[in-house]
Design a protein around this ligand. Structure first.
Ligand SMILES: [Zn+2]
Length: 436
């Protein structure tokens, strides 16, 4: 973690400041490691060499020739993998601050500054790409993405939701304000198909990459039943039709089974959380033919149960989380048993930023094999985002987003909670790997 950096890493801090924002084409770099899991699911390549040209991967093999003038980085006994992808983060949320309190007590600058901090922490944990599901103060995520892309601050590649769309009184409608308090800056409500279309268009106008719709109640929204559907079938369909017209996707926050099935029928890209997933929903997801994916967030329940009280989560929401936790586990179990592809996500900010890889342990506990978990957080997540052309595997032409762990994650998936080395776009952004 960045905040517990040891003195020997002071040099790294200095390097970080001095590093160029971009690796230039023509700069050749050869990476060597004991093995490579390339994100495609085959046997590990051992030993492994990855040749980079600027910010891209140029070649992969067991015994590549070192080109003239190329730098070499030897990672010794480490395992190389593609940079990890988290499909559900809230980088602009500060762990321990309820989003509704953020609206009462802070300004968008709070979200931006903590967002910058959390982006760096998340990148340091090996997550080189995130699909960010929105901020209490709308569109701060757009600015964070742009600042990272401009090289102003370190952080993962971001795919952002802008202003999540909620029904009035729904999971994304801050409920603590009285009828007499107007909060015009948070204009994210829609109560008809027409209003949903308007919110979709407004989001894209202001820089969102995709649409997040709150289709059901939430765990962390006051006075909500997570199971209840909060948009009509027509409203959800309107969001998908309009987003698709822009060539973009809709991700729905959905716990209850009614909202889940309606959303699958409407053709959304992802069912996030998906807590009450049942066999029929799994069959519908399979029949969608990789159009719609289930994206659970399991570690949240563990964190809320263990430390929710000290993080200031209201007792009612802690109880609700406990109630849902067993149901979520059953749904995940069913999905694994059925062979359903399962996207990888955490809902970070609900969990501490940087602990994203703890989700791997929850999934392993519920029966997922290490290779399936690794594929979920790499090539599958890239496919879900529509970014298979640039990230998710270690193949020529893709961005040089790579991580290294000291051991073999196929033997112990917990290795991914100890990412020692991170490269994004050909630039080393973390190096805590002990070399022999
Ligand atoms: Zn969320």
């Amino acid at each position: 973690m960045w905040h517990t950096m040891k003195p020997r890493n002071l040099l790294l801090v200095a390097l970080w400041v001095a590093l160029p924002a971009l690796a230039l084409a023509g700069d050749k770099l050869l990476l060597k490691a004991a093995r490579l899991l390339d994100g495609r699911g085959g046997a590990p390549l051992a030993p492994a060499m990855v040749l980079l040209d600027g910010d891209r991967i140029a070649d992969v093999g067991a015994n590549l020739k070192v080109p003239d003038g190329a730098r070499v980085i030897d990672l010794g006994g480490a395992t190389l993998l593609p940079g990890l992808i988290d499909l559900h983060t809230h980088l602009c949320g500060k762990y321990g601050v309820h989003w509704e309190d953020e609206l009462i007590r802070t300004t968008p600058a709070f979200s931006a500054l903590w967002g910058a901090h959390n982006a760096r922490v998340t990148l340091g944990a090996g997550f080189t790409t995130v699909r960010d599901m929105g901020t209490a103060w709308p569109y701060v995520d757009v600015e964070l993405r742009n600042a990272i892309n401009a090289g102003a601050i370190p952080g993962p590649r971001m795919f952002v939701a802008g202003a999540y769309v909620s029904s009035t009184g729904g999971a994304g409608d801050a409920s603590q304000f009285s009828e007499y308090v107007q909060v015009p800056s948070v204009d994210n409500l829609a109560d008809s198909p027409e209003e949903v279309v308007k919110q979709v268009r407004k989001n894209f106008k202001h820089g969102a990459d995709f649409i997040k719709l709150l289709a059901t109640g939430a765990v962390l929204s006051k006075g909500q039943s997570p199971g209840a559907q909060q948009f009509s079938d027509e409203e959800i369909q309107a969001a998908v039709t309009e987003a698709n017209r822009w060539g973009r996707q809709v991700a729905v926050h959905a716990h209850g089974i009614g909202g889940i099935k309606t959303s699958i029928r409407a053709g959304v890209r992802t069912i996030d959380h998906g807590s009450y997933l049942d066999d029929e929903a799994i069959a519908m997801l399979k029949a969608s033919n990789r159009k719609t994916f289930y994206v659970p967030t399991l570690y949240t329940s563990t964190v809320i149960a263990r430390q929710g009280r000290e993080a200031g989560i209201p007792e009612s929401e802690i109880q609700r989380s406990k109630m849902i936790s067993g149901i979520k586990d059953l749904g995940f179990n069913r999905a694994v048993a059925s062979g359903l592809p399962i996207g990888f996500a955490t809902d970070s900010a609900v969990i501490p930023h940087g602990e994203n890889a703890m989700e791997f342990l929850e999934r392993a506990r519920l029966g997922e094999k290490p290779m399936d978990a690794i594929l979920a957080a790499t090539s599958l997540n890239a496919e879900i985002m529509g970014w298979s052309d640039r990230i998710g595997t270690v193949e020529p032409g893709k961005f040089a987003d790579l991580i290294a762990v000291a051991g073999d994650p196929l033997q112990d998936i917990a290795e991914l909670t100890r990412v020692r080395w991170v490269m994004k776009g050909g630039v080393v952004v973390k190096d805590e790997l002990a070399r022999q």
